[in-house]
Design a protein around this ligand. Structure first.
Ligand code: MLT
Length: 201
């Protein structure tokens, strides 16, 4: 997958897996990662699907209606890519924390839905429920931060609650932060994610 890797100043630390929103690129979330922990390593990835030229991590049939088969295939593609990248760039596979926005948050959530402990943690800005009617793997203790908007027309509050509940039922430690905003990523929610991250250690 097209990506950038930047080794952090402390190689023992975490690697942020940056996953952009629809139409984004592997560099979009660099400022966000810097606000959360500027000494972490960075693996910024570009989604392999093109929707009228806009990169995404998986296909959709309509706004909010996912192509489930493609979602499953692309989730595996990303999972395998993380393994390969950890080998190629010599970072610890056990210290990968996803930072995703919108479509990127959805594929990060999909990793959590399909693989056991696929990440050390996840920061999900404006995620949706990636799939319904499946049993989640054991996510005991896995820390998840969700940034949500009470007026988000794409990731509606009920869906945020549903996602949070599903992850919690699988054992994840979920913190939801609400902003009275829409779908945009706000500075304040990134600051809250940074606070959450500092408390992890
Ligand atoms: C998605 O398709 O993943 C969601 O609708 C979010 C988006 O990318 O707009």
């Amino acid at each position: 997958m097209k990506h950038i890797f930047e080794k952090g100043s402390d190689a023992q630390k975490n690697t942020f897996l940056l996953l952009h929103g629809t139409g984004g690129t592997e560099t979009d979330l660099l400022p966000v990662a810097g606000m959360i922990d500027e000494s972490a390593s960075i693996l910024g990835v570009r989604g392999n699907v093109s929707e009228h030229g806009m990169p995404r991590f998986f296909k959709r049939l309509a706004e909010g209606v996912f192509d489930e088969e493609d979602l499953i295939d692309r989730t595996k593609e990303l999972y395998d890519f993380i393994d390969t990248a950890a080998h190629d760039h010599a970072f610890s596979r056990d210290h990968v924390i996803a930072v995703g926005y919108s479509n990127g948050a959805n594929i990060a959530a999909s990793l959590l839905f399909h693989y056991q402990q696929p990440l050390k943690g996840a920061v999900l800005f404006h995620p949706m429920v990636p799939r319904r009617g499946v049993e989640l793997p054991d996510l005991t203790g896995l820390p998840v931060f969700i940034g949500a908007g009470t007026n988000d027309p794409i990731c509606k509050p009920e869906e945020t609650e549903e996602l949070s509940k599903l992850l919690q039922q699988a054992g994840a430690a979920v913190d939801v932060h609400w902003e009275s905003n829409g779908h945009q990523l706000s500075r304040n929610e990134v600051e809250k994610a940074a606070e959450w991250y500092r408390n992890l250690k």
